[in-house]
Design a protein around this ligand. Sequence first.
Ligand SMILES: [Zn+2]
Ligand SMILES: [Zn+2]
Length: 148
Amino acid sequence: MILENDQQVEISINEKIILDFLYRWIRPIRVGDLKNYLNVKHSTLNSQLQNLEEKHLIKWKRYGSVELTEKGKKYSSHLTRHHRILELFLVETLAISVLEAHKISTEITPVASCKFIHYIVQKFGEHDKCPCGNEIPQIEGECSIGGI
Ligand SMILES: [Zn+2]
Ligand SMILES: [Zn+2]
């Protein structure tokens, strides 16, 4: 959830998958390529992008590319923080490969709460990098319970 004019904006699981992907992708991406990477139908993706655009989280040029807005970057860096802390958790607790941890983390990031992430950090401490060697984004203050 994000706060906008004192109103909470709900972001669906599928929209979170898109935001997490866009943060890790860094640069603008064509809608066709995004569709292939996420393996979703064009019509489904279009309506999800429209929702994200209405929430001012992405810039979307029709028939062109999609990229995060400043607000979108802030929100998605929080998601990617969750993603990478979950990778760490999976590797540490289940002793699975980094690649497998990445795949599973992609599946569970959209449903993991800040509270869950908070407990993982309490147990394993703050890390600079995830098991793949990518930076774990820091956020202002701590991962807030109910903040996402
Ligand atoms: Zn969080
Ligand atoms: Zn990683």
